[in-house]
Design a protein around this ligand. Sequence first.
Ligand code: FES
Ligand code: FES
Length: 173
Amino acid sequence: MITFQLNNRAVAFDLDPDTPLLWVVRDHFKLKGSKFGCGMGLCGACTMHVNGEALRTCTLPVSAVQGAAITTIEGLGTPNNMHPLQQAWVEHSVPQCGYCQSGQLMSASALLSKNPNPSDDEIHAAMDGNICRCGTYGKIKAAIKSSAAAMRSGALAESAVQSFDPANRGVES
Ligand code: FES
Ligand code: FES
C-alpha cells in the first residue's frame, strides 16, 4: 500500500508499485491535467511537484513517493482562484494547443517558489526540459517574469500593510 498526499488530500494506492505516478494520478485518481508526451523523462508534459520539486512523473514509480506531498496542475489554482502564474499565462495568451502547458506551469511555479526574482539564465535552466512543439517559449518567459514581479510587489504590499499595523509596531491601539 502506497500512501501520499495528492493536492493536500491523503490518498492510497494498492496496485503495482512500479506504476508510474503519472498513470496513477491520471487513471486511478482521474486527474487528467498532467499529460503524457514522451514517457522517457524528456519533454516535461507530465511534470508535477513532489515535495515542492518539479519532477517528471512518467518515469517515476509510485513507490518512490511513499509519504510525499504531490501537487498537480489541479492543485496549483482554480479558475476562480488562479495562481499568479496562471493569471500571467492568461494575460500573455501563452497557450497555443495547450498540451505542454500544465507541465510548463508546474516547472515555473517550482522555480518561483524557490527564486522570486529569477534571471533569464535561471528561467532558461529551470524550464530547459519542458518542450513546447508550438514554440511558446518567448511568451512563457515573459509570463514568468511578469508573474514574479507581481508576486514580489504583492509581498511588498503585504509587508507594507503589516508595517502600518499597530499590532506589528508595538503601538497601543
Ligand atoms: S511524458 Fe514525462 S517527460 Fe515526457
Ligand atoms: S502549447 Fe502546444 S505544445 Fe506547447
